[in-house]
Design a protein around this ligand. Structure first.
Ligand code: MG
Length: 153
């Protein structure tokens, strides 16, 4: 399941390195000595959690189903195609990842969602595919890894 999630992420244009760079963005002011390699290790640990894996697969499959117009409801398809700001369920799914790593993960998630560094900004532009769920999932994985690091450094 761990490998499958990494494959899913990479098939949608997201590498572990991309997520590690988001973690570094979140933590560099608190830990100037922090390296991308340590951030990537924290991301890998997050990706080993079953609940995280389920959130990744659920979100990416909903993005793909939206692209392929395979959702059972046309109105929902429209909402997901335009990434309607009033929808909010993409964020709720992502909170599930943050909830595993406490309040630092949650506040970092809110912050990264506002700043949209690196890959998150790219995903948010929806140029090649639907990323309605994926951008929040990537932000939440980075925020959870930041929370984990904050407690362990
Ligand atoms: Mg979204």
């Amino acid at each position: 399941m761990y490998e499958k999630c990494i494959d899913y992420l990479s098939s949608r244009g997201v590498t572990l390195r991309d997520i590690a760079q988001c973690v570094l963005f979140l933590q560099k002011d608190y830990h100037p000595e922090l390296s991308e390699a340590i951030c990537e290790q924290a991301v890998k640990e997050i990706l080993h959690k079953r609940e995280v894996q389920h959130a990744i697969i659920t979100g990416i499959c909903l993005d793909i189903a939206t692209e392929q117009k395979k959702l059972a409801d046309e109105h929902l398809t429209k909402i997901l195609q335009i990434d309607s700001p009033l929808y909010g369920i993409d964020e709720v799914l992502a909170y599930g990842i943050c909830n595993l790593y406490g309040s630092i993960a949650l506040t970092n998630y809110g912050y990264i969602d506002r700043c949209k560094p690196g890959i998150i900004r790219q995903l948010n532009q929806h140029q090649k595919q639907c990323n309605t769920f994926l951008d929040d999932i990537v932000g939440a994985i980075a925020a959870a890894a930041a929370g984990k690091l904050a407690h362990s450094l």
